[in-house]
Design a protein around this ligand. Structure first.
Ligand code: AHM
Ligand code: MG
Length: 340
């Protein structure tokens, strides 16, 4: 690792030397990173920038939007719509896909994002983030008469060509994979550039730390209860070791901790909404995080199946999420399979 490698140089090497990404995808990722930089500036202004509080609107999931949800969504659209690399975008904050307007050239990539993850933490000055996932339009229909549609987005996570997140915390860090492991870039505010600060990140296979919203315990399914009960039993229990717990309520921040020192993160299905498979969204939360975690040697399942193999049927589809240190994820998954 060297602290003199910028994101631009990293991406150029991924394109030129490793042949992993096309020039178009490289430019697209540069633009996403630039948009994250702008969001980071807004986040940092806080109360000085009129960005706190609610926006008096609701998103497609019926959640009240925060001003910063709306601002971050607009920043990402405005930054990405004119570059010529994209056919369309989809976001947690938009009901339907956003097709690149006719006045701009259409590219072959599809960008999905959760512009501001962990919205409940915005006003209390706790880490939040942006999550993104890039797919390629299948059977390049760029010249076809048929316009890009939601159907083009409905590809499993194993088709992603890039995925990442940016965490706006004590430092602003961009974490990225293009299928060549996971790289972390820290924003150098004086230079205005993203500098490589970790490459080939590895998540330890074992852990003594779990992340779950314990207030939902009474709603969980038996396998999740079993796993957490065993962790809580500590040294005296079947696991023979004490566990620690963390819950930031920003998936980005919880996943970032796991990327840094291991752990297991769970937002499982629960009985409050039996018809929904979970709270988190497959396409722009679970898939990008799932791929990043796998690229760092961890695992990500919905309790029964690899997240990346879940076939999506809807843009805003939800999914049960268990991800992080491989051996723990395999254990929770095994408990689910045994209970079936
Ligand atoms: P958001 O995308 O609307 O911010 O919601 C997703 C967030 C995750 O970041 C986090 O893990 C979870 O919701 C927290 O949920 P809860 O408040 O139920 O603990
Ligand atoms: Mg989110």
């Amino acid at each position: 690792m060297s602290n003199s490698i910028s994101l631009t140089r990293y991406l150029v090497e991924q394109q030129r030397t490793k042949g992993r990404i096309t020039p178009e995808l490289r430019l697209l990722l540069e633009v996403v990173a630039r948009a994250c930089k702008r969001i980071s500036i807004s986040v940092n202004k806080g109360a000085l920038g009129d960005i706190l509080g609610s926006a008096d609107s609701e998103n497609v999931q019926g959640e009240v939007q925060k001003k910063l949800d709306v601002i971050a969504n607009e920043v990402l659209i405005e930054a990405n719509e004119w570059g010529g690399h994209l056919a369309a975008m989809a976001s947690e904050e938009m009901d339907t896909i956003y097709v690149v307007p006719n006045r701009f050239p259409q590219g072959e990539y599809l960008l999905m994002f959760d512009p501001l993850d962990g919205s409940s933490n915005i006003d209390v000055n706790v880490s939040i983030g942006t999550i993104f996932s890039v797919l390629k339009k299948q059977n390049d229909r760029t010249d076809a008469i048929e316009p890009v549609s939601e159907q083009d987005f409905l590809q499993p996570g194993n088709q992603q060509v890039a995925a990442g997140y940016c965490v706006y915390g004590p430092q602003t860090t961009l974490v990225l994979t293009v299928g060549d492991g996971v790289a972390m870039f820290t924003l150098d505010r004086e230079q205005g550039s993203w500098m490589l600060t970790a490459d080939q990140v590895r998540i330890p296979e074992d852990t003594k730390e779990f992340a779950i919203n314990m207030s939902n315990m009474r709603h969980w399914d038996a396998p999740v209860r079993r796993y957490i009960d065993e962790c809580l039993a500590g040294k005296e229990g079947p696991r023979g070791k004490d566990f620690n717990m963390r819950w930031i309520a920003s998936m980005v921040a919880d996943v970032h901790r796991i990327m840094t020192r291991g752990g297991v993160f769970m937002y499982p299905w629960d009985k409050r909404e039996p018809d929904k498979p979970g709270k988190l969204r497959l396409m722009y939360e679970a898939n990008p995080m799932g791929w990043l975690v796998e690229q760092a040697g961890g695992a990500a399942t919905n309790g029964r199946q690899r997240i990346l193999d879940v076939e999506p049927t809807k843009l805003h589809q939800r999914v049960s999420v268990i991800l992080g240190s491989r051996n723990e994820v395999e254990r929770v998954t095994q408990y689910h399979l045994e209970a079936d």
